[in-house]
Each structure stands twice: as structure tokens, then as C-alpha cells.
Design a binder for this molecule. Structure first.
Ligand SMILES: Nc1ncnc2c1ncn2[C@@H]1O[C@H](COP(=O)(O)OP(=O)(O)O)[C@@H](O)[C@H]1O
Ligand SMILES: [Mg+2]
Length: 245
């Protein structure tokens, strides 16, 4: 399968801190790629550098065959990238429906959306995005009235609404109950058909069921990449995890 995302020698420093210290990453088109590592190992920084929320200190990011290292987050979204940040960011005072509508128009501009789709089709797009995460019957409620887990689902719906080629999720199941986590995995499965996923996740059971490939970060460096089984047997990963435990 073709490589959709390629990261080479990526470095990001904050003052004297090396948050990313020469990261290489290849994400195959169509894969669900997990990213794990201890707190502070650089997972969120890596996702932000991929999505353009951070400019790297050096190194390159290529997406769909083109170098996007200096491209704005807005332009990256337009060519098919979507990021859900670690911190929940729904607009609590707006309806569930309007949150998704805003996410769609942030990509294309509302007038071009209405012109290209028409009002009815636009409504269908929003409702379709909500249906994927079982939120269609909550469309008129305020986003702030949703439970924490449902707000996370709303955010995933918002990230998926523009139909990205690559979805970057930073701990989407944070603060969820085990049951909500299980359902999240189930609801994400169908996106496999047309979307590649890079997901930061702590829950190893979730990752085992869900990810084709797993990359382990530690102190801004890649420790290892492989299938979940390969990673569980990886001497490099075991060494770091056991010597710190
Ligand atoms: N905006 C920032 N300014 C300064 N330091 C940061 C910033 N963002 C992250 N860091 C630091 O970079 C390191 C990696 O952080 P992060 O990518 O958030 O780790 P993770 O997501 O793996 O927990 C940490 O030491 C963190 O304190
Ligand atoms: Mg993080």
C-alpha cells in the first residue's frame, strides 16, 4: 500500500527542550496507526507538527506525495488532513448541529459550501456526520448539554465532516468509561474505507483491537514501529518500559 504520510528527521525544540528529536514516521494509506509513549514523550507535539499547528524546528512532513512542511494548517485541512486536539473544544453555547456546520465551513467557507451543495445537501452532510456517532437525535441540543464522552464523539464527527483523507486523533477516549471506549472503536471502524487514521491512545486493549501498526515514542524519539504483537515483543520497548517501572 502507498505511503500517505511521511515524516523525516523531524525536530521541535521549545527553548532548551527537545520535544521531537529526529522523528521518522511512515503511515500507509488505509491503515489505523497507533501512537503510544509515556507522558511528555512528544505525541501531541508530533500530531500538531503533522497538522501544522506547530512549525517544526527542522525536518520535513510530506502528505500524499507533496512536501507540506511549511503549509498553513488551513491549507493542510483543504488537502485532506483533520486533527482533533487532546483538549475538548466544542462550542458549548451552540447547538450540536451548528458545531458540525461550523467545522464544515471552516474548511470551505459557508458560501462556497451552500453554492456547491445547496442548503438541503449541506443539511444532509451535517446530519450524516452526526449519525455516524449516534448524535443525530441530539442535533438541536446545546453542545454543552452532552456528556463528556458525547462531546468527544461530537468532536470526532466535526473532524470527519469534511471527509478528510487523514484523521489525527489525540487521546479521543480520554475520560471515557470502558463501555464508551468500546463504542468509540466500533463507531470509528467504518471510516477505514476512505480514511487513514493516526491515533494517540493509552488504552492498550483498545489499540490491540483497533490498530494495524503501532509506533512507540520516548523522549521525542521513535523507539520502535511494528504490529501490536511485534511491539509487545520488542526488546527496545521492553527495556525502556521495564527500567522506568
Ligand atoms: N507549547 C509548548 N511550549 C513548551 N513546551 C511544550 C509545549 N508543548 C509541549 N511542550 C513540552 O514538550 C514535551 C512533549 O510534550 P507533548 O507532545 O505534549 O507530550 P505527550 O503528548 O506525549 O504527553 C513535554 O516536555 C512538554 O512539556
Ligand atoms: Mg499529549
Amino acid at each position: 500500500m502507498a505511503t500517505l504520510l511521511q515524516v523525516r528527521e523531524l525536530r521541535k525544540t521549545f527553548g532548551s527542550l527537545q520535544a521531537l528529536d529526529g522523528v521518522d514516521l511512515d503511515v500507509r494509506a488505509g491503515s489505523f496507526h497507533g501512537l503510544i509513549g509515556p507522558n511528555g514523550s512528544g505525541k501531541s507535539t508530533l500530531l500538531k507538527a503533522i497538522a501544522g499547528a506547530h512549525l517544526p524546528t527542522s525536518g520535513t512532513v510530506s502528505f500524499d506525495g507533496r512536501d507540506i512542511t511549511r503549509m498553513t494548517p488551513y491549507d493542510r485541512a483543504r488537502i485532506g488532513m483533520s486533527l482533533k486536539f487532546q483538549i475538548t473544544a466544542v462550542l458549548r453555547e451552540l447547538s450540536v448541529y451548528d458545531n458540525v456546520l461550523l467545522a464544515l465551513q471552516a474548511n470551505q467557507g459557508i458560501w462556497s459550501l451552500v453554492r456547491s451543495l445547496g442548503r438541503r445537501a449541506l443539511q444532509d452532510e451535517v446530519m450524516g456526520a452526526l449519525e455516524r456517532f449516534r448524535l443525530a437525535d441530539r442535533a438541536d441540543e446545546l453542545a454543552g448539554s452532552l456528556s463528556h464522552g458525547e462531546q468527544q464523539w461530537l468532536e470526532i464527527s466535526m473532524a470527519l465532516a469534511p471527509r478528510p483523507k487523514l484523521l489525527l486523533l489525540d487521546e479521543p477516549t480520554g475520560g471515557m468509561s470502558p463501555e464508551e471506549r468500546r463504542v468509540t472503536g466500533e463507531l470509528l471502524q467504518p471510516i477505514r474505507c476512505d480514511c487513514t487514521l493516526v491515533i494517540v491512545e493509552h488504552d492498550l486493549d483498545f489499540i490491540r483491537d483497533f490498530c494495524d501498526v503501532l509506533t512507540v515514542l520516548d523522549q521525542g524519539r521513535i523507539l520502535d514501529t511494528g504490529t501490536v504483537d511485534q511491539i509487545q515483543r520488542s526488546p527496545r520497548v521492553q527495556q525502556v518500559y521495564t527500567t522506568r517501572a
